[in-house]
Structures are given as structure tokens and as C-alpha cells.
Design a protein around this ligand. Structure first.
Ligand code: PLP
Length: 343
């Protein structure tokens, strides 16, 4: 079988050997009844790492975000989010269906919203208006290219939320990457937020699962919402065992993905006809354009795939993501493949 270097997403990683071992050894119970010791350990560890009272193991990042949103928004409420946010664009309209909330998107710069603009969009109390209930942030910001929303911006948005008695939720699917890239502690990143959803199945290699953390009261209600959504899993310790490996062994390794993304981006920037904004390559995601060849992208990606390199076309650009299962050699292979495909 020819080697395939899969740069489509950091969700394509397979469990590590240590994860397979952890699954085989995992102590199990019935998590819906609250007695799976491995899930309980994972939830407690995540809450501790992120500086919150309690954690809830959920099936996916989407489920973590949507439970967070439903905790803070009643039907007809409004939430303010960034225009390119995953919760707004890529969760199948779930906030409208599950919480019954409507989004008020703000166009940010590289995923970063202007706190003054956010504040200006908070609705005055009036019989005609929806109630603004929540501000959400995504960090790192996937659609903007894995960019980091700076801590001072998070602090300023948190101030706005508190001043107006709004809730504050973080889609931290890749918060680990922001932590590793900046050296800022996870607790500092999470301090201002009421709830934070983090993913185990992206750069951290677990096969599935995310964790929502927050106050004990929010997480207890979240447990009820998870059950309503069909997210109550029984011997979920099988998956939580991988999650424990993710949290204890896989976080600092992300620095390698960041180095690989930078090498890839710098190599791509040297190819004729390729434009890459290197300033946005801050973690493990590289977006680039082939101006005037947008219509050809499907064919170019098919030819790239014939050479054993997979990438995604998104919004007229190409996205490549580095992760545990692509090495420095895969990056070199990918650059060679692009060179010959672009011709
Ligand atoms: C920023 C962000 N949030 C949430 C999600 C949703 O995660 P899941 O695919 O596990 O539902 C993703 C998935 O890629 C993401 O990139």
C-alpha cells in the first residue's frame, strides 16, 4: 500500500499504541448511572486542568458547544459570535434547533472580535428585541487558520460580558494549541469563561469525545441536556481511557505540529502562484490560495491525492492541517507533490 499523508484535518489521527493499551485495561462502569470510574477521572482531570468546578464527557465538540449554548440561552435569546465561528457555520444550525437561540455574528480580524463592536451589538431591553444572553469565542479559530485570539482580547470580551450580565462560552476545540503556542496556562485562558468545550479527538489523537467544563450547577444541568441529546454513553470509559492519555501525554507534543505547519507554509509560499498569509500560520493550520486557479482546485487536489497527499478545498482556498500522524517527512512529500501538481 502506498503511503498516504493526510493533511485534511487533525481529526483524522488514529489512536496511539498507548491508547489501545489504555482501552484494554480501562476500568468500566455505567456512565449514565454515574459509576464509570474512568470517565469520572477524565472529567475531574479536565476540570482541574482548565480551572473549573466540574467536567462532562460529551460525544463531540459540537455536542459540548451546543450544551454550553443551551445552558446559557433560552428560546428566542441571541448570542454574539464571530462570523467564521464553527458554532455558527459548521454545526448544522444546531443552536437554533437545540437552544432556540439566534446568532448575531461579528466580523473579526483573524477570528478576533473588537470588544467595542461586540458591546455595541448588545440589545437594550425592549419588547421588540431578542434578549442578548451570551458571547462566544473560538480559540484557536479554525476558519481563520488556527489563529490565536489573544488573552487581552479574551479579557476585554469577558469584561463586556460581565458588565452586561451576559454569559461567556469558549469553543476551545483547539485551546491546547493556543496554550502550547503561547505558553499561557490553560487556567489563564479559561478564567473569564462560564463554560469551555475542549476536544480530545483533534490534535490530541483520541478517537472520539470532548469535555465541557464549568460550574458544578451548569455541569449537572448539562448532564441532563446530554441525556436529552442521546449523548449518555454507558461503558464510555473505553473512550475516556484514550482521553486520559490525550490530556496527560499528548498536549506538549503539539509544538511539533506547529513547527511542521510553519515549514509547510514557508515551503508553499515559495511555490509559483501560491499565496499564503504567513502571519495567520500561528498553530497547526495552513490556508493558502492559488489565485486564478480556484475553479481547478478539485482537479489539482485529485492529482495531489494520486501522489499520496490529501488536502481540502474550503471556500476557494486549500486547507492543510498538521497533526500527530503527519511527520516532517510528510511535509517534505507534500511540498514535492504540490510542486509537481502546480506545474
Ligand atoms: C473550532 C471547532 N469547534 C468545534 C468543532 C466540532 O467538533 P466535532 O467535529 O467533534 O463535533 C470543530 C471541528 O472541527 C472545530 O474545529
Amino acid at each position: 500500500m502506498t503511503r498516504v499523508s493526510d493533511f485534511r484535518s487533525d481529526t483524522v489521527t488514529r489512536p496511539t499504541a498507548e491508547m489501545y493499551e489504555a482501552m484494554a485495561r480501562a476500568e468500566l462502569g455505567d456512565d449514565v448511572l454515574g459509576d464509570d470510574p474512568t470517565v469520572n477521572r477524565l472529567e475531574a482531570l479536565a476540570a482541574d486542568m482548565l480551572g473549573k468546578e466540574a467536567g462532562l464527557f460529551v460525544t463531540s465538540g459540537t455536542q459540548g458547544n451546543q450544551i454550553g449554548i443551551a445552558l446559557h440561552c433560552k428560546r428566542g435569546d441571541e448570542l454574539i459570535c464571530e462570523f467564521g465561528a464553527h458554532t455558527y457555520n459548521n454545526e448544522s444550525g444546531a443552536m437554533v434547533v437545540i437552544a432556540g437561540a439566534q446568532p448575531r455574528p461579528v466580523k473579526g480580524k483573524a477570528g478576533v472580535m473588537d470588544p467595542a463592536e461586540v458591546e455595541s451589538l448588545i440589545r437594550p431591553t425592549n419588547i421588540h428585541n431578542p434578549r442578548t444572553a451570551l458571547i462566544t469565542v473560538e480559540n484557536t479559530h479554525n476558519g481563520a487558520g488556527g489563529t490565536i485570539v489573544p488573552l487581552e482580547n479574551v479579557r476585554a470580551l469577558g469584561e463586556v460580558a460581565r458588565r452586561h450580565k451576559l454569559k461567556f462560552h469558549l469553543d476551545g476545540a483547539r485551546l491546547w494549541n493556543a496554550h502550547v503556542a503561547t505558553g499561557i496556562s490553560l487556567k489563564d485562558w479559561c478564567r473569564d469563561f462560564d463554560t469551555v468545550s475542549v476536544c480530545l479527538s483533534k490534535g490530541l489523537c483520541s478517537p472520539a469525545g470532548s469535555i465541557l467544563v464549568g460550574s458544578r450547577a451548569d455541569i449537572e444541568r448539562g448532564r441532563y441536556l446530554r441525556k436529552q441529546l442521546g449523548g449518555g454513553m454507558r461503558q464510555a470509559g473505553i473512550l475516556a481511557a484514550c482521553g486520559l492519555v490525550s490530556l496527560t501525554k499528548m498536549v506538549s507534543r503539539l509544538a511539533e505540529d506547529h513547527r511542521n505547519a510553519r515549514t509547510l507554509a514557508q515551503g508553499l509560499a515559495k511555490l509559483p502562484g501560491v499565496t499564503v498569509d504567513l502571519a495567520t500560520v500561528q498553530t497547526n493550520i495552513v490556508f493558502f490560495a492559488l489565485p486564478n486557479r480556484e475553479k481547478e482546485l478539485p482537479q489539482l487536489l485529485a492529482r495531489l491525492s494520486d501522489k499520496g497527499v490529501l488536502a481540502l478545498a474550503l471556500g476557494g482556498r486549500v486547507r492543510m492541517v498538521t497533526h500527530h500522524d503527519v511527520s516532517h517527512e510528510d511535509v517534505a512529500l507534500a511540498l514535492d507533490a504540490w510542486k509537481s501538481v502546480i506545474g
